[in-house]
Write a protein that binds this ligand. Structure first.
Ligand code: ZN
Length: 496
């Protein structure tokens, strides 16, 4: 009898559990199983082709759309992206993150990893989790291979599966192009289906959860966009149509995940947002106008000759060769007309000083307060120098003068030391020298330690024996990112 007693109790418990499970599954049909990020068929692209197609499209986009070059903003978006990539499901795509200098709230993903977020999106996000949500949603499109799936579907519609199969058998990019599967810039902006949007939300929800962000912020951001939309609504919804019930579907997916103490915001986001709010992005119309009039928004105003054009091609070639790094291409430049020289500098940087004296050119937030002085953390200082006359030979005078300038720099930054030999070259036909130095940045690293700073000194000899010099400054870890801009300034430097 005790057996029976126990059995019935077990049975009672079992029945109760079944009832409980039924209740739960009625409320949330997908309980206890997170979304399975399995890309849909057909898809005629191999993963390599997927990556290649996306990088070709990215190279084209970077010629047509102005990119934000602010080093701190770029570093921030890359740090945030990296945190999400670390937990992303699916193949290890070479994700890259860039900020388009555009006002509209929008973001887009290219096949195989390149993700672009408009500056307007950073300006509109209330907290880091919302921005993470937009990026995670875009990663969802990459992981679900939505773009190449759509391109494949279109090709089936046009050619039929039989012809496609024969064409794609050997599968090079050229054959894909023949099959109408080349991935042009226009296909980048294909409108996603509502199903694709829901899927990207669900993958995004899981990525956010795994990265420690509250997934509901993803839905909240899109809801906010929806409610604040003007007559035609925000641009985001023309490319990413609202699937409806975002809050419910994201909540239902989040309910399948173990509860966590989510974070929503960070100091880094607040700092990045402050920089973004101080910038004035282009409107979509202005960007369209640039494209129409043939202006390359990342390559200045056409007026400075062949050098930069050649450079541009090299950069694009670099991308097509499969370099997965986040190099920042050249962007729009403006002219500085000083009494002693002219040069081009990035359009989103500011020049301080006046046309007759020392000039400092720096990106937003490139100048920081150190004690009660301003210090340049990112940027360039351009100044003139009268060598002390110890030698009558003008060449020796130039050598001497360059050393005197280095001594002077050391006086304001005692840790500074040279890390390269002097190299002789010419700037605008004048004798010039290039020397790399390492010193102490006014910025602290993430552990609160003083960051190392790289300084690139360029001296230029003038006919009257005086010297013009430029000191390009950036924290060591960001120097290579700014190098293209620095080199462009040297290339366009003209002595008056
Ligand atoms: Zn979308």
């Amino acid at each position: 009898m005790p057996d029976f007693c126990c059995q019935s109790r077990v049975k009672a418990v079992f029945v109760k559990a079944v009832v409980l499970m039924m209740t739960v599954s009625l409320l949330a049909p997908e309980s206890f199983a997170r979304f399975d990020p399995k890309p849909a068929s057909p898809n005629f692209y191999s993963l390599d082709q997927e990556v290649q197609a996306g990088q070709q499209a990215a190279a084209e986009i970077d010629r047509k759309m102005p990119l934000v070059t602010d080093p701190q903003l770029n570093r921030y978006i890359q740090d945030l992206g990296r945190r999400l990539v670390a937990v992303a499901p699916g193949p290890k795509y070479p994700y890259t993150f860039k900020i388009v200098n555009e006002k509209d709230i929008n973001a887009f993903a290219l096949p195989g990893g390149p993700i672009h977020v408009n500056l307007g999106t950073i300006q509109a996000a209330d907290n880091e989790a919302q921005l993470a949500g937009v990026i995670a949603h875009e990663m969802g499109h990459v992981i679900m291979r939505h773009s190449t799936h759509m391109a494949s579907q279109q090709a089936v519609g046009q050619l039929g599966l039989g012809i496609l199969g024969a064409l794609i058998g050997r599968g090079t990019a050229g054959q894909l192009a023949q099959a109408g599967l080349a991935f042009g810039v226009n296909s980048v902006f294909m409108k996603y289906s509502r199903d694709a949007e829901s899927q990207a939300d669900l993958v995004g929800t899981d990525i956010m959860h795994d990265a420690g962000y509250d997934p509901i912020q993803l839905a909240k951001f899109f809801q906010k966009l929806d409610e604040s939309g003007g007559s035609r609504g925000p641009q985001f919804f023309s490319d990413h149509p609202n699937p409806g019930n975002r809050v419910q579907s994201v909540s239902a997916e989040a309910a399948t995940l173990p509860r966590e103490n989510y974070r929503t915001d960070s100091q880094q986001f607040e700092a990045a947002k402050e920089i973004a709010m101080g910038m004035h992005p282009y409107t979509a119309q202005q960007i369209a106008q640039m494209e129409k009039s043939g202006v390359n928004p990342n390559n200045g105003n056409q007026s400075y000759g062949n050098g930069s054009g050649r450079n541009r091609q090299e950069q694009v070639a670099g991308r097509n060769n499969g370099s997965y790094d986040n190099d920042v291409p050249e962007q729009q430049y403006q002219s500085l007309n000083h009494r002693d020289f002219t040069m081009q500098y990035p359009a989103d940087w500011r020049a301080y000083g006046d046309a007759n004296s020392e000039v400092t050119i720096a990106p937003q937030n490139g100048i920081v307060r150190e004690g009660n002085q301003d210090a340049v953390a990112y940027g360039v200082i351009i100044s003139g120098f009268q060598p002390e006359n110890r030698d009558n030979n003008p060449n020796n005078q130039f050598d001497e003068g360059t050393h005197q300038i280095i001594d002077q720099l050391r006086q304001s930054n005692p840790d500074m030391r040279t890390t390269s030999r002097e190299e002789n070259f010419t700037v605008d036909g004048a004798k010039a020298k290039s020397i790399m130095l390492m010193g102490t940045s006014p910025l602290k690293d993430q552990q609160g330690r003083t960051a190392r700073e790289r300084d690139w000194l360029v001296t230029v000899q003038r006919n009257d024996g005086t010297i013009l010099y430029m000191v390009f400054i950036a924290p060591d870890q960001d120097f290579s990112q700014l190098r293209p801009q620095f080199e462009h300034m040297v290339r366009t430097f003209k002595v008056r």
